[in-house]
Design a protein around this ligand. Structure first.
Ligand code: NDP
Length: 491
């Protein structure tokens, strides 16, 4: 079958990279299936895209926000119409099962609807002044050209989070999608174009993070970088960006589920299986650690292993598949390496751990027990279907174990005791805490983001998405007709 060649999108036109080069990508569930040829962008492409975004900014910022919102509502409508086809494309491109890729598209729909409504809000504040006949307020202004750099694991939802928030605020965008999911990125941009986003307002440059991403981050005309991806990449972006840019980083984590002795264990089991093995463990919010009260540890461990045995691994397009493949060969090798490391470090491999001989990048759902804070499998983000159990003496010990990592994105506690729940909410050093629910399941109208090495302090979506993509300017209007000096001319 002929392999399709995909283009980049700059200034409202689909075209080839200035480099003249392309790269290919295969289906992770069947690496003999080539999915397409994609443009290997370079510095010149980035310069063209930034110039186009800069040229489009003045006109776009003057479109009334509710009108911008109307375009986003059309995007939502088109996503609804194409939901099934987009979900299937996504499963083929990055592997997660159909139920989850449908959820990914739904998250983009929800985000578009939310951000469309924000067009009628974009609230500033009004307040009092310490001086007479003086008015004080803040207004939200767009930043200008912003860069959106995204990973492959939520290949439509995360671009939608960033791009729709940027657009409703009046910014223009240069989008650099993950090199692993250029088809989803292209489909999303096609929908934005069809919905009526004017030329130059959104531009997409595909190609390697080390060239396209780096040049975009360093570019003098870029006013903000919104990035989601690995913490090492985030650290590099901080170094490259220099001063004068707003930098939003959403990075990895090592998320714990605490299970207390008073928990509903069946409910906790559902949450652990979903959190640890959903998306084949390739979520920034994956439940990669389970911290269990000593009184229920043996029982819960048995329950978890029994349930894991029932999980069916395979192509995510197959309706019976529970766990799809990893995204690429490097990911498979990394996960296999961590499984070996876990065994060598002295944790017990209680279930799974094998790399099956299939034509895709699969690893069996894997459970370690007896993991402790001195082990890499307790500390490092593995980003695969691997979770580990650690025993806790009591709630204080469980919280101490939960916090004993450098990350801080998502956490969860299963308990029937409100005091335990409230204590966990207070002391877990994480951007998200779920009570009696897994570590995954955020909703787009609430802030999303982590503390410690998981984030840079700016949160995404909800009202915080609007905060990131605007400058909240402070305005004083003095109508007294005379010079009034703050802190001096006070009675
Ligand atoms: P990467 O950091 O490898 O890549 C993310 C994006 O950054 C890609 O578009 C990549 O391009 C680009 N990039 C790579 N190097 C640079 C650079 N030097 N400068 C600018 N851009 C660059 O992450 P993955 O795509 O592998 O995603 C997995 C990671 O993302 C995990 O750590 C996961 O936890 C995290 N993540 C965090 C989320 C959160 O909200 N906290 C949500 C989802 C994932 P290219 O693909 O071409 O290399």
């Amino acid at each position: 079958m002929a392999v399709a060649t995909y283009k980049m999108y700059i200034d409202g036109k689909w075209g080839s990279s200035n480099s003249g080069e392309t790269y290919t990508r295969v289906n992770p569930a069947n690496y003999n299936q080539v999915l397409g040829r994609f443009q290997q962008g370079n510095k010149e492409d980035v310069n063209k895209a930034v110039d186009a975004a800069e040229d489009a900014f003045e006109k776009w910022r003057n479109v009334p926000p509710p009108k911008r919102g109307e375009i986003l509502l059309r995007v939502a409508q088109l996503l609804k119409e194409h939901k099934e086809e987009l979900a299937r494309t996504m499963t083929r491109e990055m592997g997660k099962v159909l139920m989850e890729t449908r959820g990914d598209v739904q998250e983009a729909i929800d985000t578009c609807e939310l951000m469309a409504g924000e067009g009628r809000r974009l609230f500033g504040r009004t307040t009092t002044s310490e001086l007479r006949d003086k008015f004080a307020m803040t207004v939200r202004l767009p930043l200008g050209v912003v860069a959106c750099i995204t990973p492959w694991n939520f290949p439509i939802a995360i671009p939608a989070w960033k791009i729709t928030a940027a657009l409703i605020c009046g910014n223009t965008v240069v989008f650099k999608p993950s090199s692993d999911t250029p088809i989803c990125a292209t489909k999303f941009i096609e929908i934005l174009e069809k919905a009526g986003v004017p030329k130059g307002v959104v531009n997409m440059v595909t190609g390697p993070g080390g060239t396209v991403g780096t040049h975009l981050v360093k570019h003098k005309k870029v006013r903000a970088v919104s990035f989601t991806g690995h913490k090492d990449t985030g650290a590099q972006i901080l170094k490259d960006a220099g001063i004068g840019k707003k930098i939003g980083l959403e990075m990895g984590s090592k998320n714990p589920i605490i299970i207390m002795d008073d928990a509903d264990l069946e409910l906790a089991l559902d949450g652990v299986v979903w959190g640890a093995f959903g998306t084949c463990g390739q979520r920034c919010t994956a439940a990669s650690r389970v911290i269990v009260h000593k009184k229920v540890k043996e029982k819960f461990q048995r329950m978890l292993i029994e349930r894991a045995k029932k999980l069916r691994m395979g192509d995510g397009l197959h309706p019976k598949t529970d766990v799809g493949p990893l995204v690429n060969k490097a990911a498979q090798e990394k996960v296999a390496k961590y499984i070996e490391l876990g065994k060598n470090e002295g944790a017990k491999l209680s279930y799974g751990g094998k790399v099956p001989k299939l034509k895709g990048w699969f690893v069996e759902p894997t459970i370690f027990t007896g993991a402790s804070p001195d082990m890499k499998i307790f500390q490092d983000e593995i980003f695969g279907p691997v979770t580990s159990l650690t025993e806790a003496r009591n709630l204080d010990h469980a919280i101490e174990l939960a916090n004993a990592v450098e990350y801080g994105l998502s956490s969860s506690i299963y308990t029937s005791n409100i005091q335990n729940a409230m204590k966990a909410i207070k002391y877990l050093e994480y951007g998200l805490t779920y009570v009696n629910s897994s570590t995954i399941g955020s909703e787009v109208h609430l802030p999303f983001g982590g503390t410690k090495a998981s984030g840079s302090g700016h949160k995404e979506v909800g009202w915080t998405g609007i905060e990131f993509f605007t400058d909240e300017k402070t305005v004083y209007i003095d109508y007294s007709g005379k010079l009034q000096r703050a802190q001096i001319d006070i009675e």
